[in-house]
Design a protein around this ligand. Structure first.
Ligand code: PRP
Length: 180
């Protein structure tokens, strides 16, 4: 896999440092909240969420939704599908959505609208990566780990055609891989 990477954007150590910082920020903000739900959007969230939750110092529940927008391509399809819904009611609950990346903003706009419609008390977003130049729908996550330019990245949960998620770092994929 390493040979398919043009440039490493975030090393594993840098990801850890960023995650710890986000963890303490969120822990300070939610110390008086009543058992928020940390809601991971599968599958990309898995490595980041599993690290982040270690640095959250308040009681919480973890939940997952599987919402897909990219299909198997390198661009968002704009067509947001809910493939697996959350298992519990969000009514009157504080929800922290955990994402690997925010790109067009369409996934989060759809999910946030749905959670508010279901009566969530508050909905905030923590994302490891933010790609603001990719936005189609205006959106600003509250907790951002690292801002990236408009490049296609893989690793630490992020995939190309379902591969590279297990790379321990975030890297830019060589164009030759997806322009074959
Ligand atoms: C990716 C990523 C975000 C979403 C961001 O998920 O994990 O959930 O796209 O894109 P957007 O801001 O343009 O909506 P994807 O649908 O590829 O599923 P995955 O997490 O299973 O890879």
């Amino acid at each position: 896999m390493n040979k398919d990477i043009k440039e490493v954007l975030l090393s594993h150590e840098e990801i850890l440092t960023i995650t710890k910082k986000l963890g303490s920020l969120i822990s300070a903000d939610y110390k008086n909240s009543s058992k928020p739900i940390l809601l991971g959007l599968l599958k990309g969230c898995v490595p980041f969420m599993s690290y982040l939750m270690n640095y959250l110092t308040f009681p919480l529940e973890i939940e997952f939704m599987d919402v897909s927008s990219y299909g198997n391509d390198i661009k968002s399809s704009g067509d947001v599908k809910i493939k697996k819904d959350i298992d519990v009611s969000v009514f009157n609950r504080d929800v922290i959505i955990c994402e690997d990346i925010v790109d067009t903003g369409q996934t989060l706009n759809t999910v946030i609208r749905l959670l508010h419609h279901r009566g969530a008390r508050s909905v905030e977003v923590v994302t490891l990566l933010d790609k603001p130049d990719g936005r189609i729908t205006p959106f600003k996550p509250k907790y951002i780990g690292y801002v990236i330019p408009k490049v296609f990245v893989v690793g630490f949960g992020l995939d190309y055609q379902q591969y590279y998620r297990n790379l321990p770092y975030i890297g830019i994929l060589k164009e030759s891989i997806y322009k074959k």
